[in-house]
Structure formats: structure tokens, C-alpha cells
Design a protein around this ligand. Structure first.
Ligand code: ZN
Length: 506
């Protein structure tokens, strides 16, 4: 490596480390706000988090970063770098270019707008009044269209937004995979709805003591291989996982004493995110590559543990007796099969975050199609509520009675997060495809599960996915692990194989 590259690299790594440390500081403060901080302290605390975030942004677009990237991103310098440094330079350049293409005063206006827009959305949702929110949403969409022009785009304008959350994802690819999903999942959901053999779920709403729920969640997390010496579990309104560094990855949960499923499955979900972050390669520490490959790949790991493991029959063959022991009055008379069917109920509903694993994807498809139409100019913001209701009727067979439980239900659009929703469904599709590869590598997977041997699963995922962090793109990961591009077939087959027997369908 020549001397000028070496010098620039050392400075660059120092700058990256500084950004990463600010990020960690902001992460702890954010976690504290959501879990422990007294209510009266929140306002001042938000200011501190705002200051640190501003500082991180300033460093990542600073002239210093610009001149270092100019040296390091030149082809003759890039080829002297090892894999980690090369990817790191590419990743920082991507961020740097994106941020620097927007005139600072426009960005500032946008930040102000989205802050207002989020609070107006809250009120509009409460009052089920789309007209209140509409002018804000129109401006947020217009801003995003303006930003797309600064950033540039290939093919569909929406591709540029998708790429922010899922590098390399395009409308062309999503149309293909969602098309494949829609074709089979919409009729499957309809068939399930018509089955006379519906599971009885009433016992799930008996009284489940909070302390015992926590005890069971902790037990399952330990079984999954979550390292409590490098993490902890606390209570927050909305469950989340936060990876400060691989030795400090915290999760939160919440309890509903009359809904047994909520805490356990949210813990397994966040636990899946956390396993990913605890098992990132130590080589990546202190860099921005020490993170999941994308939103979609991250979500694949949470949903794999939550649904494909946590809602599987062999898993409960091993763990149901422990659960029964904790809740003898509530579950003593409920058979394992009865329990398994109840936690796998499929029922079309209006609210995305309450959806089961099958219909969930249809909620995402609705949002994807609407976002795509908004950014191609085929749909105006004022026509959103009608288009929303029509798609819910077509795909899920249900229709909102007001916009509060329809088009206004999610916070994402108010903050300008367009292109984010598809990650959730991509996560399900990646998870099924990865699970298929895992099953090929471990033909005795179900036997392992029924004996409570979860460690080999975590080890396989660490070996093939976790340790890479952001070193590879989502497509590189899925190609390497499964030998083919993302294919919706695996999720469809998983649904068919799992849910047809549950609902007594041929
Ligand atoms: Zn998640």
C-alpha cells in the first residue's frame, strides 16, 4: 500500500470510529429514553440525542470525509485495500454522496416538515381525518420526488427509495416476487377463511402473570443462544432491539396479561435481531459494517426465530411442557396440538402490526403497490384512501370502516419513509429461502428442534450470515447461502406445507 493511501486510510478509520462511537452514545440514550428515563426528563434528553445525531451527520458529510474519500475511493487506491476497508469506503461514499447531493437548506426544511407531519398524522389518525393529514403528505411526497431528482434514478423513480433500505432492490424485482406471492397467497388465505376447521384460541386470552411470562421469555432467549452477558431484556411500550456493539445488544418487550402470545413472540423476534448483532465478526467492530446487511436481511432473522422456529410444531414438542408447568391452571388442560394450532391462526384483519404471518405479506403488498403508484405519478395523494380500501377488499377481503384503521394506521409515510415497507415482506421471503438451505444442511433439523438443540441452528446462521454484517449485499448473501436469487416459491411452499394441515385443507 503506498504511503498516501496508508495515511488517508488511518485518518478515515479514525473518523469512522468517531462516528460509530457517537452512534453508540446516542443508542444508549435512546434506549434509556424508551426504558428507564422519567417522563419529565424526556424533553431535555431528546435534545441531547438530537445534538449527537446532528454531530454524526456533520462528520459523515464533512469536507474532511470528502477529501479522504476522494483519495480512497479512487480505483488505484481501492484495489490496495482489503475487503473490509474497501467495503467500508464504498459504504461511506454511498452515504456521503446521497447526503451531499441535497442542498442543505432544502434538507433542513424537510426535517422541519416531517417533524410537523408526524404530529399532524398522530392527530389525524386519532380523529380518522385524512383531510387533515393530506396537505402534509403531499409535501412529503413532493420533497421525496425532488430528492430523487438530486440523487438520480434508473428505471422507476421509486427504485432510488427502495435502494436506501434494501441496496440493489428494484421495482422490477419486487413486481416479480410479490407477483409470485400474490398469485398463491391470496387464494390460500381465502381457502383458510372458508375452512370449517377453525382453531379455538380462547385459552390464549386467559390471565398470564407478567413475571412468569418474563421468566419464560428469558428461558427461551437463553435456549436460542442469546448471550445475557452481552445483553439484557427490559420493558418498553413498543418492543425493539438495539445493538450498541456486539458485546452489548439489548432487547425490550412488553406484556399483555390477557394475551399470552405478545411478549413471548416479540421477545423471540427481537431476540432474532439480537443474535444477528451479537454474532457479527469482531473484525467489523468500530466500523459502519458492524450492522445487518439491510433492513430485509435483518428482518429475515427476527422472523425466522419468531415464526419458523417459535411457531413450529417440533419446537413446542420440546418446550410446551415447560410452559404448562409455569401456567398449570391456564394451560394444564390444553393439548400440545390444540396449542400449536391456536398460535398459528390465520385471519385477515385491518391492522398490519396485528397480522398473522401469512396475511402480513398482503398488508405489505398493498403499501408497496400504493407507494409505487405515488412515485410513478399514477396515484395522487388525495386518492390514497379509496385506493387503500379497494386493495384491502381485493387482497384481504376486509374493508376499513374509517381511515384511522385504514390508510392512516402507520407512522412511516408521515416521516417520509417510503420504500421501507417492502423490507418486512422481503424479510419473510429471505427467511423461508434461508430456512430451506438450512434444512438441506441439517436434514435432522426437526429432531434437533424437538430435543431443544437450538445451538447448531444459531451456529449455522452465524457461520453463513451473522458474521458477515454489511460486508456483503443482500443479493450476495442470498446467492451465497442459497445458490439462487430471491425466490418467493420458498415462502409459498412453507405456507402451504404448514397451514394446509392446520386447517384440514387438501
Ligand atoms: Zn423486526
Amino acid at each position: 500500500m503506498n504511503e498516501s493511501v496508508q495515511r488517508a486510510l488511518a485518518q478515515f478509520r479514525g473518523l469512522v470510529k468517531k462516528i460509530k462511537l457517537y452512534q453508540e452514545a446516542a443508542g444508549v440514550l435512546y434506549w434509556d429514553m424508551r426504558t428507564q428515563a422519567p417522563r419529565k426528563g424526556l424533553e431535555a434528553r431528546s435534545e441531547v440525542v438530537g445534538l449527537l445525531s446532528g454531530e454524526m451527520f456533520r462528520l459523515s458529510v464533512s469536507p474532511e470525509m470528502g477529501s479522504l474519500l476522494e483519495v480512497l475511493a479512487a480505483p488505484e487506491a481501492l484495489e490496495q485495500l482489503d475487503d473490509i476497508n474497501r467495503r467500508l469506503v464504498e459504504e461511506c461514499k454511498r452515504e456521503y454522496d446521497r447526503s451531499n447531493k441535497i442542498p442543505p437548506e432544502r434538507y433542513q426544511e424537510y426535517v422541519t416538515l416531517t417533524t410537523q407531519s408526524e404530529s399532524v398524522w398522530e392527530e389525524a389518525k386519532e380523529k380518522a381525518d385524512f383531510a387533515l393529514f393530506r396537505p402534509y403528505l403531499e409535501r412529503v411526497v413532493a420533497f421525496n420526488l425532488e430528492f430523487i431528482d438530486y440523487w438520480g434514478y434508473q428505471g422507476h423513480k421509486y427504485n432510488t427509495l427502495l435502494d436506501i433500505y434494501e441496496p440493489g432492490m428494484t421495482v422490477e424485482k419486487l413486481d416479480r416476487v410479490f407477483g409470485g406471492l400474490k398469485e398463491r397467497v391470496v387464494p390460500l388465505v381465502a381457502e383458510i377463511g372458508q375452512s370449517p376447521d377453525q382453531p379455538d384460541t380462547s385459552f390464549l386470552n386467559r390471565h398470564y402473570d407478567e413475571q412468569k411470562q418474563l421468566e419464560f421469555s428469558r428461558f427461551i432467549l437463553k435456549e436460542m443462544g442469546y448471550d445475557f452477558e452481552a445483553g439484557r431484556i427490559d420493558k418498553s411500550v413498543h418492543p425493539f432491539a438495539t445493538g450498541l456493539n456486539p458485546n452489548d445488544v439489548r432487547i425490550t418487550t412488553n406484556f399483555r396479561e390477557n394475551d399470552f402470545q405478545f411478549s413471548l413472540f416479540s421477545s423471540m423476534h427481537e431476540g432474532g435481531h439480537a443474535l444477528y448483532e451479537q454474532n457479527l465478526s469482531p473484525d467489523l467492530a468500530g466500523t459502519l459494517l458492524c450492522d445487518g446487511a439491510s433492513m430485509g436481511i435483518h428482518e429475515s432473522q427476527s422472523r425466522f426465530w419468531e415464526n419458523m422456529i417459535g411457531r413450529s410444531r417440533p419446537f413446542w414438542q420440546r418446550y410446551y411442557r415447560d410452559l404448562q408447568k409455569l401456567f398449570p391452571a391456564e394451560l394444564g388442560a390444553v393439548s400440545p396440538e390444540h396449542f400449536y394450532r391456536a398460535i398459528n391462526v390465520v385471519k385477515p384483519s385491518l391492522i398490519r402490526i396485528e397480522a398473522d404471518e401469512v396475511t402480513y405479506n398482503l398488508h405489505i403488498m398493498v403499501r408497496y403497490e400504493l407507494e409505487k403508484a405515488l412515485f410513478s405519478g399514477d396515484l395522487a395523494v388525495r386518492d390514497l384512501p379509496g385506493a387503500w380500501n379497494e386493495k384491502y377488499r381485493d387482497y384481504l377481503g376486509v374493508e376499513p370502516s374509517h381511515d384511522g384503521e385504514g390508510v392512516l394506521q402507520d407512522v412511516h409515510w408521515s416521516g417520509g419513509s417510503f420504500g421501507y415497507f417492502p423490507s418486512y415482506a422481503l424479510g419473510n421471503m429471505y427467511a423461508a429461502q434461508i430456512a430451506h438451505a438450512l434444512r438441506k444442511a441439517m436434514p435432522d433439523l426437526d429432531d434437533c428442534l424437538s430435543r431443544g438443540e437450538l445451538k447448531p441452528i444459531k451456529d449455522w446462521l452465524t457461520e453463513h450470515i451473522y458474521r458477515y454484517g454489511k460486508l456483503q449485499t443482500p443479493n450476495e448473501i442470498i446467492m451465497r447461502v442459497t445458490g439462487e436469487e430471491l425466490n418467493p416459491r420458498y415462502l409459498v411452499e412453507y405456507f402451504e406445507n404448514k397451514f394446509r394441515p392446520i386447517y384440514g385443507l387438501a
